[in-house]
Design a protein around this ligand. Sequence first.
Ligand code: EPU
Length: 329
Amino acid sequence: MNQIPNTFGIQASASQLFSYSSVEELQTLIREQRLTLPILHVGAGSNLLFTKDYEGTVLHSEIRYIRVMEEDVRQVIVAVGAGVCWDDFVAYGVEHGWQGAENLSLIPGEVGSAAVQNIGAYGVEVADLILSVSGVDLRSGELCQWQREACGYAYRYSIFKQPEMKHYAVTEVVFRLSKEVKPSLSYQGLADAVARSGAPCTLQTIRQAVIDLRQSKLPDPELLGNAGSFFTNPVVSQQQAEALRSSYPQMPAFPTADGRVKLSGGWLIEQCGWKGRALGDAAVYEKQALVLVNKGRATGEEIFRLSEEIIRSVKEKFGVTLSREVNVF
Ligand code: EPU
């Protein structure tokens, strides 16, 4: 059976499933028209929830290389195949003394989907490091390239998430990393963890502090099925945030660059009493309410139903609509 990889540990199969390890192999697949529509391109499946089997073709990149393109004393420009495990790339950068990706240590998934999804954590987003993204048009096999400015990056967003961009497969991402150590410690919890460790502030100690923080707050998908944050943190108008703040003075709220306010989805969900609660085997993680988990035999539908209930109660209590970060099929 064509089981689709996914970190929720949900059984779901595709009508067809192909992996390819080079651009040429992907172009051959397209040319020979062996692909049944619709096509879904997946990474490690760390941001997917299947409520049913996928009636179409699932594609997965196994393009795996890390290639230095340019280097000087200050920086390195490095091209990375979309199928490289994201954390392997982070580890490689840290080992080589390249600064930039260490705050994004241990995020599940692969390099291609990291660029699509604009992964972020501890004050850094992958878009900050990207120079360009290359891909293949799945209709024609044509090669395409987008410079960073054309990718439309925003919080957990890029143009590759738009329905009209779904016929592109990302094959390579080019990053610019620094050789000067200028740690990004704007996230207080990370700065505190690095200070507590007593070790000098190096790329390795930051990476280790991030790993420790993640392991203390987030479930390991190998042990407990999950897809990281199930929802994005909602961004609301200043007016709405102020109104909420007057009723809930302790509510966490962070100003965004565009003058709006980002709320904490985890806090809103926790206030509605959901933290640690379960509907069957679908549950809200006990240490982080933004994360939904599969405690064993939950179906995709059960997890989806739980997310519906959560959205409903947050809307009812706070008037805020949560959006799913996870893609549901
Ligand atoms: N909070 C609660 N209860 C909870 C969870 C959070 O009250 O159950 C409140 C706390 O006040 C906390 C604040 O929310 O101080 C922020 O929590 P946290 O630092 O854990 O981060 P987050 O906003 O919940 C985001 C990302 C995570 C990323 C962390 C750290 C999104 C959707 N999620 O979570 O990314 O690791 O920040 O930077 O932006 C992911 O995308 O899968 C993911 C795990």
